[in-house]
Write a protein that binds this ligand. Structure first.
Ligand code: MG
Length: 355
C-alpha cells in the first residue's frame, strides 16, 4: 500500500497534523518518509494503530515520556502499565480531594479562630517500653511543645529504624515557627519524607514498615496525621473520644458490618495493617485532620501495645484520675504490664492549659 500524506494520515487517525508533528519531535511516531526537497512527511497506513494508541494515551493525560515507554511494550505489559498509571491518577486525585476538603474547612473556619486563643501551653509526658515478652523495642514516641508522636515499627530487623525514621521526619516540626495555615502541608510533607526514608531502610525482599500518629501544634491549631493502628484519643469535657481510625484489616471488616468491634479486638489477624509507612508501591495515603485545641483538653497517643490490651474503661479511669501527665503515662504502662505486656508500648499524654 502506498504512503499517505500527513493530511490524509491525520484525517484517517482523527488527529491534527500539528499533533503528528509533536509525536515526531518526541520520537513517538516518526514519518515513514520525508521528501528531501519539500520536507513533506508521509506515513504508512500500518502506522495508524500506533497513532491511535498515542492519541488515546494522551486523552487519559499520560505524559509523553511515559507514552514512549508504553509504546515499546508488548500489549500485555502495556495493559499493566496503563492500569498502574490509572491507579496512580486516582490515588493522586483522592489525595488532592482530601487536601482540598481540609483547606476548605480551614478557610471556612475563618481567620478569627486561627488567630485567637494562641495563649495556650502544653504539659506532656512520653514513654516507650519494651514490654514483658518482646526482646527488642520497635515502638517510638516523642512529646514536645509543638509535636506529639508515636510510631510502631514492625517486620523484624529494621522495624526500630523505621519507627525512628518516622519520628525523626516529624521532630524538625517541633518548633514555634510554623504558621497555622502551613500545619497541614507540613504534616503531609513529613509523612511523604518519612515514607521515602523508610523505603531506603529496607531491601526489596525485606522492607520494614511503621505506623505513625502525630499531632503538630501552632498556637491552638492542631494538625493530626495518621497511618496504621497507632491511635490518638481526646479527653474533653469528661468524654474520651478516638481521633483516629485504625488502618487494619479488621477495622475494614467492622466498617463493612462484617465484624463487631469486640470480635475485631479478639481477631487473630487484628494487627494486620492495610496502610503503613514504607509499605506499598505508591506513596502512602495518610489521614489528615485539623483540630482546635482547648484549655483542659488531654490527648493520649499510643501504640497497640497499650490499646489492644488495656480496656477503654481503664484508659478512661486513668486519664480522668491522674492529673499529672507523667503519672498518667506511668499508670498506663503499669496497666499494660498487668495485662501481660505482650507487645512494645509507646504512650504519650499531653495536657493543654491556658497560659
Ligand atoms: Mg505494636
Amino acid at each position: 500500500m502506498g504512503l499517505l500524506t500527513i493530511g490524509a494520515f491525520a484525517r484517517a487517525a482523527r488527529l491534527t497534523p500539528k499533533a503528528l508533528r509533536l509525536y515526531d519531535e518526541q520520537g513517538l511516531l516518526p514519518p515513514a518518509a520525508v521528501d528531501p526537497e519539500s520536507g513533506y512527511r508521509y506515513y504508512h497506513p500500518d502506522q495508524l494503530d500506533r497513532a491511535r494508541l498515542i492519541a488515546r494515551l494522551r486523552d487519559i493525560g499520560m505524559p509523553l515520556a511515559d507514552i514512549a515507554a508504553v509504546c515499546r511494550l508488548p500489549p500485555g505489559a502495556a495493559a499493566e502499565a496503563v492500569t498502574a498509571y490509572a491507579r496512580k491518577v486516582s490515588a493522586d486525585s483522592a489525595r488532592r480531594r482530601r487536601l482540598a476538603a481540609l483547606l476548605v474547612g480551614q478557610l471556612a473556619e475563618g481567620s478569627t479562630t486561627m488567630s485567637e486563643n494562641h495563649h495556650i501551653a502544653v504539659r506532656y509526658a512520653a514513654r516507650c517500653d519494651v514490654g514483658a515478652v518482646r526482646k527488642t523495642n520497635e515502638d517510638a514516641g516523642y512529646a514536645g511543645e509543638h509535636l506529639l508522636a508515636v510510631a510502631d515499627g514492625m517486620r523484624g530487623p529494621g522495624g526500630d529504624a523505621a519507627s525512628a525514621a518516622a519520628i525523626d521526619s516529624c521532630t524538625a516540626l517541633d518548633t514555634a515557627g510554623a504558621s497555622p495555615a502551613d500545619l497541614l502541608t507540613m504534616a503531609a510533607a513529613a509523612v511523604t519524607d518519612a515514607d521515602a526514608r523508610i523505603r531506603a531502610v529496607g531491601t526489596e525482599e525485606h522492607r520494614p514498615v511503621t505506623t505513625l500518629t502525630a499531632v503538630l501544634r501552632s498556637g491552638s491549631q492542631l494538625a493530626l496525621v495518621h497511618v496504621g493502628d497507632t491511635r490518638a484519643y481526646l479527653l474533653r469535657g469528661g468524654d474520651l473520644v478516638p481521633l483516629t481510625r485504625d488502618h487494619t484489616y479488621v477495622q475494614a471488616l467492622v466498617d463493612q458490618g462484617k465484624l463487631s468491634p469486640a470480635e475485631a479486638a479478639a481477631h487473630p489477624r487484628r494487627a494486620l495493617l492495610t496502610r503503613a509507612l514504607g509499605a506499598g508501591s505508591g506513596p502512602v495515603e495518610a489521614d489528615l485532620a485539623l483540630r482546635t485545641a482547648l484549655p483542659g483538653d488531654r490527648y493520649l497517643l499510643c501504640s497497640d501495645g497499650l490499646h489492644a490490651v488495656v480496656a477503654w474503661e481503664a484508659l478512661y479511669e486513668t486519664l480522668t484520675s491522674r492529673t499529672d501527665p507523667d503519672q498518667a503515662v506511668d499508670r498506663l504502662i503499669e496497666l499494660a504490664y498487668a495485662a501481660g505486656a505482650p507487645d512494645n508500648i509507646a504512650c504519650v499524654v499531653a495536657d493543654v492549659t491556658g497560659q
